[in-house]
Design a protein around this ligand. Structure first.
Ligand SMILES: [Zn+2]
Length: 110
């Protein structure tokens, strides 16, 4: 994947994440007014929203980091071992910072 394509895809992702985060945070412009019937579901909704907000914020950070790597010329290389990140992996996740091995090592540590 060439750098221009990667940048375009990352910027689209960033925009979409920003939009979801705005909605999840309850931007009055983005959220349609709730009916009184919805009020009872608020508690579980709030938990659900917080979880989604967590995921969206984490992904937004990853996308931003990838854009920084694009600017600095490190994009497409694993941030841990500097091996090239396979093309197929970048296609699936343009924000991927690590090769498959380093990523799974990292996830095992958690
Ligand atoms: Zn690696």
């Amino acid at each position: 994947m060439d750098v221009a394509t990667a940048r375009m895809r990352l910027e689209v992702m960033l925009e979409e994440l920003d939009r979801s985060i705005r909605v999840l945070k309850g931007d009055p412009v983005a959220v349609p007014e709730r009916s009184a019937a919805d009020a009872g579901a608020d508690l579980t909704d709030a938990d659900h929203t917080r979880a989604m907000l967590d995921v969206a914020s984490r992904q937004r950070k990853e996308v931003q980091d990838a854009l920084v790597r694009l600017d600095q010329g490190g994009y497409g290389r694993c941030v841990d071992c500097a091996a090239p990140v396979p093309e197929g992996r970048l296609e699936a996740r343009p924000e991927a910072a690590r090769c498959v091995q380093c990523q799974s090592k990292r996830e095992r540590r958690r």
